[in-house]
Design a protein around this ligand. Structure first.
Ligand SMILES: Cc1cc2nc3c(=O)[nH]c(=O)nc-3n(C[C@H](O)[C@H](O)[C@H](O)COP(=O)(O)OP(=O)(O)OC[C@H]3O[C@@H](n4cnc5c(N)ncnc54)[C@H](O)[C@@H]3O)c2cc1C
Length: 394
C-alpha cells in the first residue's frame, strides 16, 4: 500500500508513543497487554479490525506442541528443544487461563488426539507417547482392543482409525471470542483499527517514523506483529517468513450423534484437523499438504479444490449426510525452521519483529509476544531469536 500526500496529513497531528505495535492479532494484542502491564505508552495499529487476520479465522485448538508429533519434533529440533517447546505451549495456555479465557462461553478443556494415518505415523506416535511420559508430560494412547476409543465417536466408529495419542490438558475455543476478550482488557493502550501501516522508516538515532493510511506515527520503538504479512513491511524478513493459506469448513451432520466427537483431532501428521464446533457442527481444516503450491499465498479466499478435499474428509471421518454451514480461509506466517521469530530487524534495535508462528499461533503467540516485549525493552530472555537466520559474523 502507498499513502498519498493528502492521506499523510488527514490524521491531524502525528501520533507519538513509546512503542507502536503493528498488527492486532493475538500477537499484537498480547504484546500490548504486556506493554500496558509495564505502564508503557503504546499504540496498536491494525489495518482492519482486531482479530481480522488468522487470529479470528483459525480452528481454535489451544494445543500442546508445535509440530506433528513429539518424536518428529525431537528429531527436527533436538530432544531438549522439543521439551522446552511443549512446556512453552502448556504455559501459553496457563497464561491465557490466567487472563480469564476459561470463563468464555466457547472455551472448553477438550483433549486433543493425534490419530495415526499409517504404520509409520503409528510407530512415531508410540515413540512420542513414551518420550512425552519420560519428559514428564501427561499422555495416553488409545487403540482398538486396549485402552478403548469412545465407541460412539464417528472418527473411531467406522473402525478405520487404529491408534490415537491423547493430550489430556488441551482446550478449544472460539478464537474471535478470545481475541475480543483479550483486547477488552486493554485500558491505557490506544487501539487504532482501520489504520494500515505503509512504511516504517528508521536508521537515524531518533526513533521510528511510520507512514499510515491515517497519518504519521512517531515511536521510540516498533514491534511488528503482522505474521503472514510481515515481509511487506520488513523486506529483510520476507525470506524468513512466508505466507501460507489455511482453509476451513464447518458442517452440521443430519444426525446430531455424528457431531459427538470426543476429542479435537489432529490427523495425518497434523496436516488435517477436525473438532466439534458450536450448535451441533463439526469443523474441519487443513489439507494444505496436498495442495501446497496453490496454498503458498496471502489470499484469504477458500478454493474449490481444497474445499472438495475437506468435504471428502467429512464423508470419510464423520458422515456423508450433512449441510455446509461455513467455508473460510486465513493466512499464516511460516518460518523457515517452523519456529517463531523474535528480534531486532535493524541496527539500533528500534524495530523488532514477533511473527512466524507456522500454524500454531494460538498455542504459542500469547506467551511469545509477552516475552518479545521483555526482550525488546529489558534485554530479557528470547527463546526464538531472529539472529539464528542471520549469517554468522567474525
Ligand atoms: C485456517 C487456520 C487454522 C489455524 N488453526 C490453528 C489452531 O487451531 N491452533 C493454533 O494454535 N493456531 C492455528 N492457526 C494459526 C494461528 O491462527 C496463527 O498462528 C495466529 O493467529 C497468528 O497470530 P498473529 O497475531 O501473529 O497474526 P494475525 O492474526 O494474522 O494478525 C496479523 C494482523 O496484522 C494486520 N496487518 C497486516 N498488515 C498490516 C499493516 N501493514 N498495518 C496494520 N496492520 C496490518 C492484519 O490485518 C492482522 O489482523 C491457524 C491458522 C489458520 C489460517
Amino acid at each position: 500500500m502507498s499513502v498519498s500526500l493528502w492521506q499523510r496529513a488527514s490524521g491531524g497531528d502525528p501520533i507519538r508513543c513509546q512503542v507502536a505495535v503493528v498488527g492486532g492479532g493475538i500477537t499484537g494484542v498480547s504484546a500490548a497487554l504486556e506493554l500496558e502491564a509495564r505502564g508503557v505508552d503504546a499504540v496498536v495499529l491494525e489495518s482492519r479490525a482486531i482479530g481480522a487476520g488468522a487470529s479470528g479465522r483459525n480452528a481454535g485448538f489451544l494445543m500442546r506442541g508445535a509440530a506433528d508429533n513429539y518424536a518428529q519434533a525431537a528429531e527436527q529440533w533436538g530432544r531438549e528443544r522439543a521439551r522446552e517447546l511443549w512446556k512453552w505451549t502448556e504455559d501459553n495456555l496457563a497464561d491465557l487461563v490466567a487472563m480469564g479465557v476459561d470463563g468464555l462461553p466457547s472455551f472448553e478443556y477438550r483433549p486433543s488426539c493425534l490419530v495415526a494415518a499409517d504404520a509409520e505415523e503409528e510407530s512415531q506416535l508410540r515413540t512420542s507417547a513414551a518420550m512425552l511420559a519420560e519428559d514428564g508430560f501427561d499422555v495416553s494412547l488409545i487403540e482398538h482392543g486396549s485402552a478403548a476409543p469412545p465407541p460412539e465417536d464417528p472418527v473411531w466408529r467406522a473402525g478405520g482409525s487404529c491408534l490415537g495419542l491423547v493430550n489430556p490438558g488441551d482446550a478449544v475455543c472460539n478464537p474471535s471470542e478470545l481475541m475480543a476478550h483479550l483486547a477488552a482488557q486493554l485500558r491505557a493502550v490506544r487501539v487504532l483499527a482501520g489504520v494500515e501501516v505503509a512504511t516504517i522508516e528508521f536508521g537515524g538515532g531518533s526513533g521510528v517514523r511510520l507512514a499510515t493510511s491515517r497519518g504519521v506515527v512517531h515511536a521510540d520503538r516498533v514491534l511488528v506483529c503482522t505474521n503472514a504479512w510481515v515481509g511487506r513491511l520488513l523486506a529483510d524478513v520476507a525470506a524468513i517468513i512466508e505466507p501460507n493459506r489455511g482453509q476451513m469448513l464447518a458442517v452440521r451432520p443430519e444426525d446430531p450423534r455424528d457431531a459427538r466427537l470426543a476429542y479435537a483431532y489432529y490427523l495425518d501428521h497434523g496436516s488435517e484437523y477436525v473438532r466439534p464446533g458450536p450448535g451441533g457442527t463439526v469443523v474441519f481444516g487443513g489439507a494444505r499438504k496436498h495442495h501446497a503450491a496453490d496454498e503458498r499465498c496471502a489470499d484469504e479466499e477458500p478454493t474449490q479444490t481444497v474445499q472438495d478435499h475437506l468435504e471428502r474428509m467429512v464423508a470419510k471421518h464423520v458422515t456423508p449426510r450433512y449441510e455446509v454451514v461455513a467455508r473460510w480461509a486465513g493466512v499464516m506466517g511460516f518460518s523457515r525452521d517452523e519456529l517463531p521469530v523474535v528480534g531486532p530487524v535493524a541496527p539500533g534495535e528500534h524495530v523488532w519483529v514477533c511473527a512466524g508462528f507456522t500454524g500454531h499461533g494460538m498455542s504459542l503467540a500469547h506467551r511469545t509476544a509477552r516475552h518479545a516485549v521483555s526482550a525488546m525493552l529489558d534485554d530479557g530472555p528470547n527463546p526464538f531469536p531472529l539472529e539464528r537466520f542471520l549469517p554468522a559474523t567474525e
